[in-house]
Design a protein around this ligand. Structure first.
Ligand code: ARG
Length: 575
């Protein structure tokens, strides 16, 4: 139990004893300012209202009745009945000294099987910025849940099926280099290849007809067509894996479960929907009508699962995927880190899956949506010429900019060392800029602010970490040794409390899947460290105090490193 939960439990219990009511909630939160203590319980007012009592009096009684001496040195009633709790320095010292430094946060008591669907780009084209957010945010969530001991099953739901692939293999087959097997080189620019195929499809009628025929062959899984399709897919997957590697994304080839995987399972989905009386024919298409989904005008809004004349849809595949994830992978929680624009789609398929019994009540389906990446002009992020920005180019630009920056700061370092630092800083800046914003809103992509050494940015945090490491290095001290912490000064106390709250930050990320909260925590932690380091001399302090302060430095470094690792960001010993 983390400190917040511990207080919630104890204060709720005291409220129950005092009032004779069984369902009391203490409503513990972090205090907004130090004068109101460290934690605040806000549940007294509601309870007083319910009992018809004066809230301030009830608060006073509670403060008397509460026995928090082991944790707090002061419990105060403020305003109309807020309970302010001031945590004792001794409690902080003891708790920090007892922390397991290898992981800081205990694994969960009841691990769950969690399926997480993220990144999932379409393989017809090259990965572009539209996939960046989901990939980065999804990876941080996956890493955190896994760290807490849950069984994570990553599913990269690649879009590798559908009419576009008929067009692509038609183009592929007609190129002179096709027979010579040289197309791998040609496909190094997937984007250009796609554009060329599309251009022909739109202008050349004969080509378009052939492409449509090839889709039919492909969907009937005729071996020659499947072989060509597979050649294309393999190259496209290679592109993605290279990017994942550069970005430090934990998705591997084992996590690939693309749309095509579900192809053979789609007829059964239709059959089961039929058996559950969920299907309605509408203009020859098979649809599920749900009462709760209507257009703005109040017209029924169907989920189409089979087109007129045959052929399945995106929704049909997702229904098959839910069934697979719940029934064969035995997921207790399925997370979809997908663009907010697909939110209606997920509401619909989740509802159909529940009605059809594909997802039982023991399987929770959650769409973790995210907003669009915008340029500085407030419009969706594009290249200068208005094209989509390729992720490879974005990474390279980030690293180049970081190189200019770190070269300016460290003129003494050799080229290889600088390049190494730039790679870490550039990638970290791109990832952190995204992670540190609430995923629900759109966000503005801006090189200057993400590469700044001030504010809630990757360079600021990486610098804070490297600075602590250099304290140990310069003094020739062992950063691994065990240092006894004894919290005394106010700045020490503030830092110690924050360090103890790391568990709360990680656990709340696992629950709400909002990485920006962990970012904010790390940023605040670094700020408190800087304040502590300014006010409390470390190496110049007398031996006992020095020990304790080194302990706080050490723990801050470990916490920063662990926190950044959960976000998928590498640290540097020197920068
Ligand atoms: N391939 C889709 C796209 O790029 C995202 C797939 C998300 N996952 C899913 N199960 N539908 O828009």
């Amino acid at each position: 139990m983390n400190l917040k939960q511990h207080l919630e439990h104890r204060i709720s219990q005291a409220l129950a004893e005092l009032s004779g009511q069984s369902d009391c909630v203490a409503l513990v939160a972090h205090s907004k300012s130090p004068q109101f203590g460290d934690y605040q319980a806000n549940g007294v007012m509601a309870l007083a209202r319910k009992l018809g009592k004066n809230p301030r009096e009830l608060g006073q009684q509670l403060a008397q009745h509460l026995k928090l001496d082991d944790v707090a040195d002061k419990v105060e009633v403020a305003g109309p009945g807020f309970i302010n709790v001031f945590i004792k320095p001794e409690f902080l010292s003891d708790s920090l000294n007892q922390l397991d430094r290898a992981r800081l946060v205990a694994p969960v008591a009841k691990p769950q099987t969690v399926v997480i669907d993220y990144s999932s780009p379409n393989l017809a084209k090259e990965m572009h910025v539209g996939h960046l957010r989901g990939t980065i945010i999804g990876d941080a969530i996956a890493r955190t849940l896994e760290f807490l001991g849950h069984k994570l099953i990553r599913q990269n739901h690649f879009g590798d099926w559908g009419t576009q692939f008929g067009m692509l293999i038609t183009h592929m087959r007609e190129l002179p280099f096709y027979s010579e097997g040289k197309f791998k080189a040609e496909l190094s620019d997937l984007e250009g290849f796609y554009r060329a195929a599309k251009e022909r499809f739109d202008t050349d009628e004969k080509f378009a007809r052939l492409a449509r025929e090839n889709v039919v062959h492909l969907q009937a899984e005729h071996p020659g067509y499947i072989a060509d399709w597979k050649k294309f897919i393999d190259i496209s997957i290679e592109h993605c894996q290279e990017l994942y590697q550069r970005l430090g994304i934990t998705l591997s080839e084992h996590d690939i479960r693309p749309e095509s995987f579900y192809n053979s399972r789609l007829p059964q989905v239709i059959e089961l929907l039929e058996q559950n009386n969920l299907l309605t024919e509408s203009n020859g298409a098979k649809c599920v009508f749900l009462d709760e989904f209507r257009t703005k005008e109040g017209e029924p809004l169907p989920v189409i699962v089979e087109k007129t004349g045959g052929g399945f849809l995106y929704a049909t595949t997702d229904l098959a995927a839910i069934r697979f994830r719940c029934q064969e992978l035995h997921a207790e929680r399925v997370l979809y880190v997908v663009d907010a624009r697909q939110s209606l789609h997920f509401q619909q398929v989740f509802r159909v899956a529940q009605l059809a019994g594909f997802a039982g009540t023991n399987c929770k389906l959650e769409h973790l949506s995210y907003g669009t990446m915008m340029g500085k002009d407030g419009k969706p992020f594009k290249t200068r010429s208005g094209g989509t920005v390729k992720l490879v180019d974005l990474c390279s630009e980030g690293v180049e900019r970081a190189l200019a920056l770190v070269t300016g700061k460290n003129p003494g370092l050799d080229a290889a060392a600088l390049q190494n630092i730039a790679e870490v800083v550039g990638i970290a800046a791109i990832k952190y800029a995204d992670l540190s914003k609430n995923r629900n809103s759109d966000y503005i992509f801006d090189w200057d602010s993400m590469l700044s050494f001030e504010g809630n940015t990757a360079p600021y945090l990486l610098y804070a970490y490297a600075r602590i490491r250099s304290i140990f290095r310069r003094a020739g001290l062992d950063p691994q040794a065990s240092y006894m912490i004894k919290v005394e000064a106010a700045e020490e106390k503030a830092l110690a409390l924050k360090l103890l709250q790391f568990t709360e930050a990680v656990e709340s990320l696992a629950e709400e899947c909002l990485p920006n909260q962990l970012c904010l925590y790390l940023y605040e932690l670094s700020g408190l460290f800087m304040k502590f380091y300014e006010c409390c001399p470390v190496l110049k302090a007398e031996p006992g105090v020095q020990q304790s302060r080194l302990g706080l430095c050490q723990l801050t470094a470990i916490t920063l490193k662990q926190g950044l690792e959960l976000l998928g960001i590498a640290t540097l010993e020197q920068m």
